[in-house]
Design a binder for this molecule. Structure first.
Ligand code: ADP
Ligand code: ZN
Length: 720
C-alpha cells in the first residue's frame, strides 16, 4: 500500500492522504493532481511526519489522478516553506501557494490563445464596442485580461471576436528565453568595485552559503559591481534572482542588464500576463531561466539551479508583504540561501539597522563602496528652517528653494522636488460647514486627485467624483483643499515658472512599464526641467543633468511616533538626495523642515550617517526594538466593530503570563477601520531568546473565534 500525504493550497482542508496508483512514481516534492469530492485539486507530496496526521483508513483512500510534468520541489525549498510558515505564523499551504503561484502552468498546454485587434471593423458598432476597441490598441492578451484593460465585460469582447474585429493568436509557452552572455560587454571597474566584485565572484565559485551586505553610497555603482557575480553564476550554469523593490525601477535596470549581458533577463511581477507568467514559471522550474528579475513574490518560485540572490535596495519597505503571509523578502532571501547553500547579497546605500547589526556581529560579510563612481562628488546638503524662511501664503516652497530652482532653470539643469504624497491634497473640506471627506471603508481621509478629478482612498481604492455641492450642508462650490500633494506642488511650480517643463512622477502617472520608460527617457535626455515625485523617484534613477533636490516636507514621515519613523525618513531623504549631482556637475540638496535640530535631520544635513545610526541604535535599545528585542503585532478584525472588539478583549483576557514578554493592547489599530473591517491590535515585545512565535500561536489557539473574525499575526512588523 503506497500512501502519501499532500500539502494542498487550502489551509482549512489540512493535509490530505491519497493512494498512489500502480505505475505512478512520486517522491516528496512531487506536484500532483488529486480528487476532492467532485473537484480536482493540486497538491504537493510532503514528508508525512511534517504534516498533521489524518485517520482515513487505507481502504478508504482515493487514488491520485496525475503526476504533473514539473520537477519535484527540492528538499531545501520544502524546508523554506516550513520555516517561513513557522517564523511568520502563517499556514504552510499559503506559503506553498506562492511556490506554485501559477497553478495552471503545471499541466497546461504548450500553447495558449491570446487575442488582439484584427484591423477589421465589426458589422455593428456600439458605444461599448467602440470604447473597447479604442482601449485595446496595441494590446494582446487573453479575453479576460483584455476585458480588464478595456473595462468592459468579456461578453462584449466575445461579440467582437464573433464579428472578426478581434482575432485569436497562438502563443507558445515553451518558447526559450534569449540566453544572456556573461562576457557580452565587460565593464571597467574602479579598484573599489573590482575588489568587491572579486570577493563576490569567489563566493559564487565556492557554492556555499555566504551572506553579504553591500554597503555603497548612492552612485557608487552597486549594480555594475554585483553584475560580476551574476555573470559568474551564468558561466557556471546556475540561476540568479535579483529582487527589486518596485516595478517602476525595472526599466532602468533592464537597460543596464541588456547592455552588460546582451539579452533581457526573465521578469516576474504581479502584472505579468498569464502567458508570460506560465512561460516564466516553466523556465524557472526547469532551470532554463538564467537570471530572473522580480518583485518579492519571485523569491518563492521553484528555481531548479538557484545559485545567487541579490536584493537591491534591500532596506526598502516594499520587500515586506503586509497581507496574507506577512513575510520580509529580505530576510527570507537569506534563509533560502542558507537552506540551498549559496551566496546572497543585500545591497543598499542606507541599510536597515538590523542588517548593519548583522554585519557588525560578523554574521554578514560587509563590503563597502565608499565613493561615487567616476569621481562624482556626493551632493552638499542644507536645511531650510520653515519656521524662519516661510513660503508665501498658500505656497509650500520657501524662497531659498524657489531661488535655487530658478538658478537651475537659468543654467538648463534639472531639479527634483520630493514629497511623499500622491494627489493634490490629502484632505478636502467644506468651507461652509467644515465637513471632511472620509473613506466609507477606512479611517482615512479621501485624497483629492485633481488630474483625474477623483477623491480617492489610498488604502482601499475607494473613489468618487468630487461633488458640486457639499454633501452635508448643500453649499455649492465650497470644497477647499488642505495641505499639499505632488500635484499641488506641480501647480505651484507651474505658476512660478510658466515656461518650465514639469513632470509628476508617482505610481499614478508611471503606472505601466511603457510610461515609466518614457519618463526615464525624457528625464535622461534633459527634456524635463523639474520633476515632482513621491518615493518612487527616490531610488535607482540616474539622471546626469539633475543637480538640485528639494525635499518639500522632511517632517512628514516623522509624525505619528512610529518606531521606524526616524530610520524611514533618514533612508528616504538620503536616497532622494543621492539623485543629485550624479553626473559631472555637483549636486545640491535643500531639506525643508520645521525641526532642523531633530537628530535625523541634523545627521542628514551633516552627512553623518554614523551619528544617525548611533542615535537610532540607542533609541531601539531603550525600547527593546530590533535588533535588540523582537516585536510582533496581532490584529483582530471583523466587519462588525463590536464583534472585533469583543474578540480582542477575550483574547486579551487569556494573555499568557510569561517573564520576558510584554503585551500591549488591545487597542484600536492605527487604521482602526480598513477596507470595511474594524481592527484591534496587540503589540508583543520579547527578548531575542524568547520563542515568540510558539507563545503567540499557543495563545491564539486558546480561542474559538467566530467565523467573521480574522486574526493576523505580523512578526517583525515594519511599522508600528
Ligand atoms: P548605485 O546603485 O550604487 O547608486 P549605480 O549602479 O546606479 O549606483 O551607478 C551609478 C552610475 O555610474 C550609473 O550610471 C552606472 O552605469 C555608472 N557606473 C557605475 N560603475 C560603472 C563602471 N564600472 N563603468 C561604467 N559606468 C559605471
Ligand atoms: Zn478606504
Amino acid at each position: 500500500m503506497n500512501r502519501v500525504r499532500l500539502l494542498v493550497f487550502n489551509a482549512a482542508l489540512g493535509a490530505l492522504d491519497y493512494r498512489v496508483p500502480e505505475g505512478m512514481r512520486v517522491e516528496p516534492g512531487s506536484v500532483v493532481l488529486a480528487p476532492l469530492g467532485p473537484r480536482q485539486i493540486t497538491g504537493i507530496v510532503w514528508e508525512e511526519e511534517r504534516l498533521p496526521a489524518n485517520d482515513v483508513p487505507d481502504s478508504k483512500l482515493r487514488p491520485l489522478l496525475e503526476l504533473m510534468p514539473v520537477p519535484p520541489l527540492s528538499a531545501p525549498l520544502r524546508r523554506l516553506v516550513e520555516w517561513t510558515a513557522d517564523y511568520y505564523c502563517a499556514p504552510m499551504s499559503a506559503v506553498a501557494r506562492m511556490v506554485i503561484s501559477s497553478g495552471g502552468a503545471l499541466n497546461g498546454p504548450a500553447t495558449m490563445t491570446e487575442y488582439r485587434l484584427s484591423g477589421g471593423m465589426p458589422e455593428r458598432m456600439t458605444p461599448q464596442r467602440e470604447l473597447a476597441m479604442a482601449a485595446l490598441e496595441g494590446e494582446q492578451a487573453t479575453i479576460r485580461e483584455l476585458a480588464g484593460i478595456a473595462g468592459v465585460s468579456e461578453g462584449v469582447l466575445r461579440g467582437l471576436v464573433g464579428q472578426g474585429a478581434i482575432e485569436p493568436v497562438t502563443v507558445a509557452i515553451d518558447r526559450p528565453f534569449e540566453p544572456a552572455d556573461p562576457d557580452h560587454d565587460l565593464p571597467e571597474l574602479s579598484p573599489d568595485q573590482r575588489e568587491v566584485a572579486d570577493r563576490l565572484v569567489e563566493a559564487v565559485r565556492a557554492r556555499k552559503f555566504a551572506p553579504f551586505l553591500l554597503d555603497g553610497v548612492t552612485g557608487s555603482g552597486k549594480t555594475e559591481t554585483y553584475f560580476e557575480p551574476v555573470a559568474e553564476s551564468i558561466r557556471q550554469g546556475r540561476q540568479v534572482l535579483v529582487l527589486l523593490p518596485e516595478i517602476a525601477l525595472t526599466e532602468n535596470f533592464l537597460k543596464r542588464f541588456e547592455h552588460r549581458f546582451g539579452a533581457p533577463p526573465v521578469l516576474w511581477h504581479s502584472s505579468l500576463k498569464s502567458t508570460e507568467r506560465r512561460r516564466a514559471w516553466r523556465a524557472i522550474s526547469e532551470g532554463t531561466a538564467q537570471v530572473v528579475v522580480g518583485a518579492r513574490s519571485a523569491l518563492f518560485l521553484p528555481y531548479r539551479y538557484l545559485g545567487l540572490i541579490v536584493v537591491d535596495e534591500a532596506h526598502e519597505v516594499s520587500f515586506k508583504q503586509d497581507d496574507g503571509v506577512r513575510y520580509n523578502a529580505r530576510d527570507v532571501s537569506v534563509m533560502r540561501a542558507r537552506f540551498e547553500g549559496f551566496p546572497v547579497v543585500l545591497a543598499s546605500a542606507t541599510p536597515a539597522l538590523e542588517s548593519l547589526q548583522m554585519a557588525e556581529s560578523g554574521i554578514y560579510e560587509k563590503l563597502d563602496l565608499p565613493s561615487r563612481f567616476g569621481g562624482a562628488e556626493l551632493p552638499s546638503i542644507d536645511t531650510v528652517d520653515l519656521t524662519e524662511e516661510k513660503p508665501g501664503s498658500g505656497r509650500w516652497l520657501a524662497p531659498r528653494l524657489v531661488e535655487a530652482l530658478e538658478d537651475r532653470l537659468a543654467k538648463g539643469e534639472q531639479s527634483l522636488l520630493f514629497l511623499n504624497r500622491r494627489g493634490f491634497a490629502p484632505l478636502t473640506l467644506c468651507r461652509n460647514c467644515g465637513f471632511r471627506f472620509k473613506c466609507p471603508n477606512c479611517s482615512a481621509w479621501l485624497v483629492e486627485h485633481r488630474l483625474s478629478q477623483r477623491l480617492a482612498c489610498h488604502h482601499c481604492g475607494h473613489e468618487t467624483t468630487p461633488p458640486a455641492t457639499c454633501p452635508e450642508c448643500g453649499e455649492p462650490d465650497c470644497l477647499v483643499a488642505c495641505g499639499p500633494g505632488v500635484e499641488r506642488i506641480a501647480d505651484e511650480v507651474a505658476e512660478l515658472f510658466p515656461e518650465a517643463r514639469v513632470a509628476i512622477a508617482t505610481s499614478d502617472t508611471l503606472n505601466s512599464p511603457e510610461r515609466a520608460a518614457q519618463f526615464i527617457a525624457e528625464a535622461e535626455a534633459g527634456a524635463i526641467d523639474i520633476i515632482v515625485g513621491t518615493q518612487l523617484v527616490t531610488k535607482g534613477f540616474h539622471f546626469p543633468e539633475l543637480t538640485l533636490v528639494g525635499v518639500v516636507d522632511a517632517d512628514l514621515g516623522l509624525e505619528g511616533g512610529d518606531l521606524r519613523a526616524g530610520e524611514r525618513t533618514y533612508q528616504q531623504v538620503a536616497q532622494v538626495a543621492g539623485r543629485a549631482g550624479r553626473g559631472s556637475k555637483p549636486g545640491e540638496v535643500l531639506i525643508q523642515t520645521r525641526h532642523p535640530t531633530a537628530a535625523v535631520i541634523a545627521a542628514l544635513a551633516e552627512g553623518d550617517r554614523d551619528a544617525f545610526y548611533e542615535a537610532e541604535t540607542e533609541a531601539r535599545r531603550m525600547v527593546g526594538a530590533p535588533p535588540f528585542g523582537r516585536w510582533a503585532a496581532i490584529i483582530i478584525s471583523a466587519e462588525d466593530d463590536k464583534e472585533a472588539r469583543e474578540a480582542a478583549n477575550r483574547l486579551g483576557d487569556s494573555r499568557p503570563n510569561e517573564d520576558d514578554l510584554m503585551i500591549l493592547g488591545p487597542a484600536p489599530a492605527p487604521l482602526a477601520l480598513l477596507r470595511g473591517r474594524y481592527r484591534y491590535r496587540f503589540l508583543v515585545n520579547a527578548r531575542r531568546s524568547v520563542e515568540l512565535q510558539k507563545i503567540i500561536m499557543r495563545w491564539i489557539g486558546t480561542q474559538n473565534f467566530a467565523p467573521g473574525v480574522r486574526v493576523g499575526v505580523d512578526i517583525d512588523p515594519y511599522s508600528f
